[in-house]
Design a protein around this ligand. Sequence first.
Ligand code: SF4
Ligand code: SF4
Length: 310
Amino acid sequence: MPFGVEGTRLRFSRWLSLRQMAKAVRKHDNSRAKNMDQELWNVARAVESGATTIRAVVEATALSHLKVERALRSLEKQKWLIRDNAGFRPRQASTRPDRQCGSCNLCCDILEVTAVDKPIHQLCRHWEPGKGCVIYDQRPQMCRSFACAWWQGHFDEDWFPVKAGLVVHFSAGAVNIHVVPSAPDRWREEPWFSTLCGISLKGTRPGLPPYATLVVSGNAKFLLLGRTVVPDPTPFGTSFVPLSPETFHYWKARSEEHARRLNERAAEMQRIQQEFGFCGIPEEDDPHPPYRPALMRVSGLQEREPPSRR
Ligand code: SF4
Ligand code: SF4
């Protein structure tokens, strides 16, 4: 299954509220729920990621102005979206209103916040000890709409960012895990690693919205495929096939065209697997069509004779 891998720039969003919205839509209209409107979904994700104007949503989704307007109206009707002088924003904030940032300021420290020219791993210049954000009332929309996954109520107390050394947040098509520089391998430790594996597996499951699980630790980036760690994922995507319920063999794409061929071959592997109950894994990482003959060879399989006519 192909994944586009995002960069490390923040695209803030709230995941659960989207899920809740999908649930509400399903309840309201069962036939529509069978195939939830992808455009609506994409627009909602763009708004959750911090897009506050129609133009920003158009840029984020590549949908037409008209389609974006229609989707925004629909989200407003469903009481999912608020439209005011500041633009659009999702109505839902947190499922755990008791959660407070308290002693944590990691998102103002280790994340990149382009709206205030804040580089990654550098405390924001607007943060002052004992005072917190000194431009709180005027802070940019990017900061207003950000909430880490722990704050939103997705994880237990082991995931409180300053305790875990991890900030998890959701963006369009990705779960992002940022690791504090003082504990760069924290994400590989328990209980965090197993939870992250489970999260990443859900993003690879057919029938569910696909997403990538990305870890940023210092200058290193990793894509998680269950328990398989892909170092330095490329922006063109990673094609993969399962080796076991929690591990994968993968090929990193070097261009869009390469990604297309890798994904075509992975689809052919799936067809052979369904037809023969087995398909070998080729070492070749630059395949060209036709894929089937090479895959049959590597699998030690022979084409079946068509049934003879009597
Ligand atoms: S990382 Fe989460 S808990 Fe920490 S300050 Fe940011 S939103 Fe609050
Ligand atoms: S502007 Fe305020 S809220 Fe935004 S990153 Fe800086 S200190 Fe944090």
